[in-house]
Every structure is written in C-alpha cells, then in structure tokens.
Design a protein around this ligand. Sequence first.
Ligand code: GBH
Length: 484
Amino acid sequence: DGALKEVRRSDFPEGFVFGVATSAYQVEGARREGGKGDSIWDVFCEKKENIMDRSNGEIAVDQYHRYKEDVELMAKLGFGAYRFSISWPRIFPDGLGTKISAEGVAYYNNLIDSLLEKGIQPYATLYHWDLPYNLHNSMGGWLSEKIVEYFALYAEACFANFGDRVKHWITINEPLQTAVNGYGVGIFAPGVREDTSIEPYLAAHHQLLAHAAAYAVYKEKFKATQGGDVGLVLDCEWAEAFSDKEEDKIATERRLDFQLGWYLDPIFYGDYPAVMRQRLGDKLPKLSEKDKELLSNAIDFVGLNHYTSRFISHVQKPRGIHFYQVQEMERIAKWNNGEVIGDKAASEWLYIVPWGIRRTLNYIATRYRNPKIYVTENGMDEEDSEISTLSEALNDIKRVGYFKGYIAAVAQAIRDGADVRGYFAWSFLDNFEWAQGYTKRFGLVYVDYKNGLTRHPKASALWFSRFLKGEDDEDNNNTEINKG
Ligand code: GBH
C-alpha cells in the first residue's frame, strides 16, 4: 500500500466524527439498582466456569455511578461522540414492554444530557447482548419469533424517550456473535450449544426481523419529527485469499457472505446469499414476502466493527466449529511464505493488520451500493497479567501504533471512495471482556481494578487527544490530562 505519512485529522472530511465506544453490560455494573431486571449475561456469569477469571459484570467499571466523570474525561480528551448501549432490562425489567422503569429511563436521560452539555453526540445501541433474562427463560429468547414484537416495543420506548436528543441509533450489535457464539458454540450468553442445528440461523433470522421492525417503527413514527438515522452493526474480520487458486478465492467470497452477506444481502438484495442457501438448506429460515418488504433497504448506515484479518483457504474438512465446516474454509494467520499476517495483540484472535480495514470498507462500498458507513468499533487489547506497574500500563505504545495504522487506512478508504462518516475506538475504558472477563484490557483509559476503579488515560488516549486537536505528533509531552 505504499509508505504512509503520519495520519492527521485534516486527512478526514469536514464533519467526520471521532468517538469512543462501550456497551452497557461491559461498563455499567449496578446489576440490581434502579429496578433493573436480570439479563442473560447476569445469569450466564453465575455459572463461574463460563468466564475465564470467574468474574462478572455486577460492578464492572461502575459507569452507572461514574458517568459524569467519564463524560468529563471524554470531553477533555476531545472526543466528539460516545457510542454506548442501553440495557434493555433497565428499561423493561421483564422485557415484555408493558412496565417501563422510570429509573432506567432517568439514568439514560442523565447520561445523554451530560454528553450534550459537553458537546458530545450520543450514538445509542439498543441491543449489545444483554437480553432481559425473562425473554430467554419464558420463550427461548432469540429463538422465538415473538421476540421481534418485544424488541419493537422496546425500540419504540427508546425512540420516544431519548429520540429528541439521540440522532444516531444502532438496533443490534453483531448479530453474528449472538447467533454463532450465543446459540451455536455456547461460549456467550445464553450458552445454547446447538452448533450443528438450526438455532444459530434462527437466532440470526429473528435479529434481522427485529432490526427491520425497529427500523419501520422509527420511519413511521419518529423520522419526520426527530430526523435521525437507524443502522445495524456487523462484525467483519477481513478475508484475504490465501493463494491465487480459484478455490481459495471462492472460499474467501464465501467467508465474506457468511459474515456480511448473511445480514446485508436480505436488506440490499432481498434474500440470504445463495451460497448460504446451498450449504445450509432448510437450516436457513425462509424470508416471507412480508419479511422481504420490511427488510428492503431498511438501513440508514452500516456500522462496522472491525479488529483483525485472516487469510482464507479452501479446506474440505476444516478444523474448528461447525459454522466454519459448512463454509469449507480455514482462517490462517500466516502468509503462504510462513510469515505472520501481523503482530499479535493479547486476545488469541487479534492480529494487527491495518490494511484489512481499508479492504473491508471498500468491499462494503462496492458490494452494497456505497452506503453510509460508521466504523463503530476498532481497537486492540493487552493482557492484564502482563502488566506489573501503573506506568507500564499507561505506556501502551503498541495501541498507539494500532490506531495510527488503522486510522490512516480508514482515511485511504475514504479517498478510494467509501462513504465513511465516523470512527469509534473500542474501548473508552478497560472493561468486562465477556468470556475473557477482566483478563484483557481494550481501554484507551486504564481502570485500576485494585484501587477503587480509578481512571487513568493511557498514552493512546493522549495520542488520540493530540490527533483530534490537530497537533503535531512530535509534541507528545502533553500530560495535562493526567494531572488534576
Ligand atoms: C466486539 O466483538 C464486541 O462488540 C465488544 O463488545 C467486545 O468487547 C470487542 O469485540 C472486543 O472483543 O469467536 O472464539 O474467537 C468483536 C468480535 C467476537 C471477536 C468474539 C472475538 C472471540 C471469541 N469478537 N470473538 S471467538
């Protein structure tokens, strides 16, 4: 891709948004406060062996009580937007959409107002994996078609209560993860292990229909008065063919269809990708004419969560989960000359491959009629156990390199023609990293778990801050934010 000059904010169009992201279960804590009902993650974590360090999000990083301090820090650093998620069981404790919790609504009103006071735009995700436990327990959660209606009621309540101030809505975060890891492999809540059966595809189907239902509610009742946008967030690891062999190239296209096409083809092209139908047969639910109509162009922007890349090789009986076996492919982290694709972060799955985000963005632009795109998550982690002192923790130079590389690649994708409108770093703070508990740290801001959950900006936060202010990178002695 040629030598890159240092990326600058002025490489981005006017109005381009830079923000930070989190999700409710990962940061809020306050499990039993404000009338909140349990979510499937509250219950999943009760089975200690589900989480690497046997932890949970009961307290997490306590954002429920510290949102003001967090918002102030975001503002000091210069971020223009905050992507957070609303906890469904904080709004409707039993999920049924009849008894709204005034305290739950008040919490998000306060958060949103604090953000706007500081000039930070709220980007709200309605569903980032914390389904009201009652909807799982009483009807099978995402396996039941009834959930579509309950999600629409919940979405409507959020639009009605917060939509005067929230202009960017994300319905669902990474439906693929809920489908494959929640209802197939079982490593995420609700822990259903039905990898070889219809469950993952049914859970995906209902998430798509729930997205479409919420999109329709917004369009019919709120769009004209509130004027916001509603999008869906998908996770996509870039897939690059392992060799020039035709079968590797086809397996690579297949891999992308099984990640993005699964959700975007029904919206942009009216049905699931043909290759999924061929390989899954009746395991893949059918979209009725009514479903197709509701889904048709039901998206104002595509949200992309992107972290890493792999080479894809066609393998008839691949190792790994059933979801990969039906795709007859293996994900490989080495070039065909044996060299690794990129440096590794802490998580086993995360290699640092900046060029992958440019290709993913260009792929979405070309394949799906150049939609508005937001990069809704991008970042890397370090291993908690490898950090021995606070000053070591704050000196996250590898993450600085990660952001410089990936953000420069986003700027290139924009020059290539992709309509990217914003970028959110994952994550604002170290937090509860799902099945990996607190063993991995994705934050720009360090959270001292042993010392009152105090917040300490890492070097990457300070780099970001200078980048946002358009300051020279050489000028890196600005430690203002760490004083006071
Ligand atoms: C995001 O998912 C999530 O939206 C966010 O909440 C999370 O904190 C962040 O990633 C960092 O992990 O499939 O066995 O490799 C990104 C997609 C899905 C990638 C789960 C890692 C790990 C389990 N991630 N996957 S596995």
